[in-house]
Ligand binder design. Sequence first.
Ligand SMILES: *[C@@H]1O[C@H](CO)[C@@H](O)[C@H](O)[C@H]1NC(C)=O
Ligand SMILES: *[C@@H]1O[C@H](CO)[C@@H](O)[C@H](O)[C@H]1NC(C)=O
Ligand SMILES: *[C@@H]1O[C@H](CO)[C@@H](O)[C@H](O)[C@H]1NC(C)=O
Ligand SMILES: *[C@@H]1O[C@H](CO)[C@@H](O)[C@H](O)[C@H]1NC(C)=O
Ligand SMILES: *[C@@H]1O[C@H](CO)[C@@H](O)[C@H](O)[C@H]1NC(C)=O
Ligand SMILES: *[C@@H]1O[C@H](CO)[C@@H](O)[C@H](O)[C@H]1NC(C)=O
Ligand SMILES: *[C@@H]1O[C@H](CO)[C@@H](O)[C@H](O)[C@H]1NC(C)=O
Ligand SMILES: *[C@@H]1O[C@H](CO)[C@@H](O)[C@H](O)[C@H]1NC(C)=O
Ligand SMILES: *[C@@H]1O[C@H](CO)[C@@H](O)[C@H](O)[C@H]1NC(C)=O
Ligand SMILES: *[C@@H]1O[C@H](CO)[C@@H](O)[C@H](O)[C@H]1NC(C)=O
Ligand SMILES: *[C@@H]1O[C@H](CO)[C@@H](O)[C@H](O)[C@H]1NC(C)=O
Length: 452
Amino acid sequence: MTCTKQLLTLFLCATFCIHHGWTWTASCGSATYETNDAVCCGNTLYNRTSGGNGCCGTVFFNTSSHSCVHCGGKYHITAPKYRFYCCGQTQLYNGTSHMCCGGILKTNDRNHWCCGTQSYNFSSHSCCYGKILSGGEYTHRCCGDGTSKDATQTCCANQARPGGTGYRCCGNGTFLTTNETCCKNQVFPGGNDHACCENQVYKRSTHSCCQDKIKTGGGFWCCGPDAYNPNNQSCCGGRVVRGGRSHACCGSKAYNTTKQSCCGSQTYHKKKEICCDGRVNDKPKRAECCRTQAYNSKTHKCCSGTVTLGGKGMACCGTGQTYNKTTHDCCYGVVLDSIGVDNYRCCYDKAYDSKTQKCCNGQVFRAGPDEACCYYNLYNLDTQNCCDYKITQGGRNYTCCRGKIQPGGTGYACCEDQAYFPQTQGCCWRQVYNKTTHICKGYPTYGAVKRD
Ligand SMILES: *[C@@H]1O[C@H](CO)[C@@H](O)[C@H](O)[C@H]1NC(C)=O
Ligand SMILES: *[C@@H]1O[C@H](CO)[C@@H](O)[C@H](O)[C@H]1NC(C)=O
Ligand SMILES: *[C@@H]1O[C@H](CO)[C@@H](O)[C@H](O)[C@H]1NC(C)=O
Ligand SMILES: *[C@@H]1O[C@H](CO)[C@@H](O)[C@H](O)[C@H]1NC(C)=O
Ligand SMILES: *[C@@H]1O[C@H](CO)[C@@H](O)[C@H](O)[C@H]1NC(C)=O
Ligand SMILES: *[C@@H]1O[C@H](CO)[C@@H](O)[C@H](O)[C@H]1NC(C)=O
Ligand SMILES: *[C@@H]1O[C@H](CO)[C@@H](O)[C@H](O)[C@H]1NC(C)=O
Ligand SMILES: *[C@@H]1O[C@H](CO)[C@@H](O)[C@H](O)[C@H]1NC(C)=O
Ligand SMILES: *[C@@H]1O[C@H](CO)[C@@H](O)[C@H](O)[C@H]1NC(C)=O
Ligand SMILES: *[C@@H]1O[C@H](CO)[C@@H](O)[C@H](O)[C@H]1NC(C)=O
Ligand SMILES: *[C@@H]1O[C@H](CO)[C@@H](O)[C@H](O)[C@H]1NC(C)=O
C-alpha cells in the first residue's frame, strides 16, 4: 500500500465509503485489492475466507491457530496450540518442552529456571551471581560465596550466621531484636524497650540518654547534659527548672502561660499588668504603651514619648503638651489660641490670621492687601519696592533691577540694572535697544545695530 494511495483512499472515502464500507485498497504485484477481503503474501493474493489472515515470510497462514517464528534465517509455521521460539537465533524449540538458557537449549523440567547457560531446580538450589548453589530460591538468599537459610540464618558481612526470623546483624554477628540491642557492633541484653546511648544500652521507660550519658527518668527530654521531665519541668537558659506543661521560659525561669506572660526577663500578670518596651506596668483601662510607660488611651495621649493628659478631640503639640483641636492650634510645638479657623496659619511658633496679618520671616504684622513682606519687614506695594531685601521708595510703576529702582511697572523686565518694556524693547548684550529701529546681532561686539 503506498502513501499516495492511502491518502487518495482517505479522500475518496470521505464521499464514497458510506456505500462501500470502510476499506483500504492496496496493491499486490500488479493487482489491487481490498485489505478487508484479502491478504497479500509473496505477491500472491489469498482470500481471507480461505482459512488465513497473515503471512509467515511468503506463506499465508492463520495467526489464531498457528504461530510464525523467524529462526535460523527461515520462517517456521508451528503446529496448532504449541508456542515455538528461537534459541540462539538458530534453534527452533518447543516452549512447552524446552527452555533456552543463554542460547543453550535445556529441557523444561518442573521447578527449573535458567542460571546463565544452565538450568537449575529452584526448589533445591539458588542462582547466585551466575552460580548454582544449594538452597531453594524461596527459602534461601545469596550470601557471600554461598547461601543463607532464612529460617535459621541471617547473612551478616557476607556470611551466613546463626539466627533466623527476628534476628538482625550486629557487626559480623546476629542479635535477637526482641531480647537484645546492638550498639556500635556490640550485642547487649535488653530488647524492644532498649536503646543505645553511645556504646551502652539503656531502658527507655526508666532512663534517658543526654549527651551520650545515661540519666535516670524514662521518657525525659534533654536540657544540655541533664534530663528533665517535660510534664513538670522546663529547660530555661540551659538549666532544668520547675515548670513543665503549659509553661514557657522567661529568662532563666519558667512561668505558667495561662495567666502570665514574659516581659524582657520578667514575668507579669497578663490581666493586671502590661509590658511596655521591656518594663512591667500596672495595666490601666484601655491600656496602650508610651515608650516604657502604660497609659489610658481614653484620657491620655502619648506625645513624643511622654504621657500627657488629653482624650478625644485633643492632639499632641510637641513633647508633653496637648491641645483642644477645636479651640486651639499648634505651631511648631507651641499651643496657641486659634483665631478664626480657615485663615489661621502658623508663623513659626506664633499664630496669625492670614486675612489681616502677614508673617514676615517669623514676625507677624497687621497688613492690608497692598502690603507684602520684604524679608523681615512689611512694605507698601503702592509706594514702595522691595529691592535687594531693602525697602525703597517706588511703587507698582517701578521695577527693581540689580538693586536700582527704575521707572516701569507691570510688563517690565530687567536688562542688567535697567528696566525695559519687552513688547517694544529688547535686551542685547546687557544694552536696551529699540526693536522698531534696531536689531540684535549674535556677537557681543556688534550689539544692537540699526535696521536697514
Ligand atoms: C473471496 O471469496 C468470496 C466468496 O468465497 C468471493 O465472493 C470473493 O470475491 C473472493 N475475493 C477475492 C479477492 O478473491
Ligand atoms: C483460524 O483458526 C481458528 C482456530 O482454529 C478458527 O476458529 C478460525 O476460523 C480460523 N480462521 C480462518 C480464517 O480460517
Ligand atoms: C511440545 O512439547 C509438549 C510437551 O513435551 C508435547 O506434548 C508436544 O507434543 C510438543 N509439540 C510438538 C509440536 O512437538
Ligand atoms: C527439585 O527439588 C525438589 C526439592 O529437593 C525435589 O523434590 C524435586 O524432585 C526436584 N525436581 C527435579 C525435577 O529434579
Ligand atoms: C568481621 O569479620 C572480619 C573477617 O572475618 C574481621 O576482619 C572483622 O574483624 C570482623 N569484625 C567484627 C566486628 O567482628
Ligand atoms: C527472649 O525473651 C523472652 C521473654 O523474656 C524469653 O521467653 C525467650 O526465651 C528469650 N529468647 C532468647 C533466645 O533468649
Ligand atoms: C514530677 O512529677 C513526678 C511524677 O510524675 C514526680 O515524681 C516528681 O517528683 C516531680 N518533679 C518535680 C520537680 O516536681
Ligand atoms: C497554670 O495556671 C493555671 C491557672 O492558675 C492552673 O489552673 C494550672 O494548673 C497551672 N498549670 C500548671 C502546669 O501549673
Ligand atoms: C474643646 O473645646 C470645645 C469648645 O470649647 C469644647 O466643647 C470641648 O469639650 C473641648 N474638648 C476637650 C476635649 O476639652
Ligand atoms: C502708574 O501708572 C499708571 C499709568 O501711567 C497711572 O495710571 C497710575 O496712577 C500709576 N500708579 C501709581 C501708583 O503711581
Ligand atoms: C522707537 O523708535 C520709533 C521710531 O523711531 C519711535 O517712534 C519710538 O518712540 C521708539 N520707542 C522707544 C521706546 O523709544
